[in-house]
Design a binder for this molecule. Structure first.
Ligand SMILES: *[C@@H]1O[C@H](CO)[C@@H](O)[C@H](O)[C@H]1NC(C)=O
Ligand SMILES: *[C@@H]1O[C@H](CO)[C@@H](O)[C@H](O)[C@H]1NC(C)=O
Length: 295
C-alpha cells in the first residue's frame, strides 16, 4: 500500500516539476545594432513544456517586416535526428541558422548587412504542426557613422529652376542624421535651407551661396558627428566620431614625442623639427576645394 502512494507521489512530483520548470518561452534581443557591411546575428532561443522527451518535428521560420509575412527562411527537422543541419543552413548566401534548433537555438546569421536590411524580424518555431508555436519580434538596425561625402558650390546652370549659386553638402549616416549649417556672416532661417534624401542613408542639403561667404556643414546622429568648412582653409577638420578622436589623440602623441626628442637635441635642431611638424600638419590638412577629410 505505501509503495503505491510512493509511486503516485513520484509521478505527481515529476509532472509538477516538469511542467513548472520548463514552460513555453522565447528570448530575443529587442534591437540588434550592426555597422553596415558586417554580419548580423539575430539571437533567438526557446524552451517548451515537453522538451525532455520531445522527438517530434521542429519547424523554424524567420519572417521579415510583417508578423504574418511568408518566411524568407524555413527548415524542419526531427528532434532525434543526428544528421547535419544542412537543411537549416539555407543556401549559405545571405541568411542561415547559426545554432542548433534541437538545442533550442534558432539564431539567424545575416551576412554583410545593408541599411535596407534594417527593420523588424520575427523568429518563429512550430512543434508537431502549426498549432503549437511561439513567435517573437526582434529589430535590426544597420548603422552608418555620419560623415560628409562632399561640400561644393553648384552653379545655377546645372539646376534649371535656380538662378543663384548654391553650396551643396552631401552626407551619409544611419539612423538618418541631421544637417546643420553654420555661418559667421548671416543668420540662416529654415526656408533658406533645402534638404532632400538621395538614398536610404544619404541626403543632401543646400543653401544660397554668395562669393566670399564662409559656411560650415555639420552632420550628426546618435553615433557621433562630423563637420566641414567651405571654403576649405588650414583649420583642422574635427571629426567628432570615435575613430577621428583616436587618430587625433594618436597624432598628438606623435607630435609630443617628436617635441620631446627634439628638445633633447640642440635648440637649433629643435627649431627645425618644429618647423617640420608645422609643415607636416599643414600637409595633412585638406587641400583647397575641400573634398578630402581627416579621418
Ligand atoms: C530534443 O531532445 C533532447 C533530448 O531528448 C532534449 O534535451 C531537447 O530539449 C529536445 N529539443 C527540443 C527542442 O525539444
Ligand atoms: C522646377 O520648376 C518646375 C516648374 O515650375 C516645377 O514643376 C519643378 O518641380 C521644379 N523642380 C524643382 C527641382 O524644384
Amino acid at each position: 500500500m505505501w509503495q503505491q502512494t510512493d509511486c503516485v507521489c513520484l509521478i505527481l512530483s515529476a509532472i509538477i516539476t516538469g511542467s513548472l520548470s520548463v514552460s513555453w518561452d522565447m528570448k530575443v534581443s529587442p534591437v540588434v545594432s550592426v555597422p553596415r557591411g558586417e554580419d548580423a546575428v539575430l539571437g533567438c532561443s526557446f524552451t517548451h513544456p515537453r522538451q525532455q522527451d520531445y522527438s517530434g518535428l521542429i519547424t523554424v521560420k524567420w519572417l521579415a517586416r510583417e508578423s504574418n509575412a511568408p518566411p524568407f527562411l524555413m527548415c524542419s527537422l526531427r528532434n532525434y535526428s543526428k544528421e547535419e543541419l544542412k537543411d537549416c543552413s539555407g543556401s549559405g548566401l545571405k541568411h542561415s541558422l547559426k545554432g542548433d534548433p534541437r538545442q533550442g537555438d534558432l539564431s539567424l546569421i545575416m551576412r554583410k548587412v545593408h541599411v535596407a536590411d534594417s527593420g523588424p524580424y520575427f523568429c518563429r518555431v512550430e512543434l508537431d504542426g502549426v498549432w503549437q508555436y511561439e513567435q517573437k519580434e526582434t529589430r535590426l538596425l544597420v548603422t552608418v557613422n555620419p560623415q560628409i561625402l562632399s561640400l561644393s558650390v553648384v552653379e545655377p546652370s546645372s539646376d534649371p529652376n535656380s538662378t543663384t549659386r548654391r553650396l551643396k553638402c552631401e552626407v551619409e549616416g544611419n539612423p538618418p542624421p541631421t544637417i546643420t549649417w553654420l555661418s559667421d556672416s548671416r543668420h540662416l532661417s529654415t526656408d533658406q535651407v533645402f534638404t532632400s534624401p538621395v538614398s536610404l542613408e544619404r541626403l543632401f542639403s543646400s543653401v544660397v551661396y554668395v562669393e566670399g561667404e564662409v559656411f560650415t556643414c555639420r552632420v550628426e546622429n546618435m553615433l557621433g558627428g562630423a563637420e566641414r568648412r567651405y571654403p576649405a582653409d588650414n583649420t583642422l577638420i574635427i571629426t567628432l566620431s570615435v575613430d577621428g578622436l583616436i587618430v587625433l589623440l594618436m597624432s598628438t602623441g606623435v607630435i609630443h614625442y617628436t617635441r620631446k626628442k627634439a628638445r633633447a637635441e640642440s635648440s637649433h635642431v629643435y627649431e627645425n623639427a618644429a618647423a617640420g611638424e608645422n609643415h607636416r600638419l599643414r600637409g595633412s590638412d585638406r587641400p583647397a576645394g575641400g573634398d578630402a577629410e581627416l579621418q
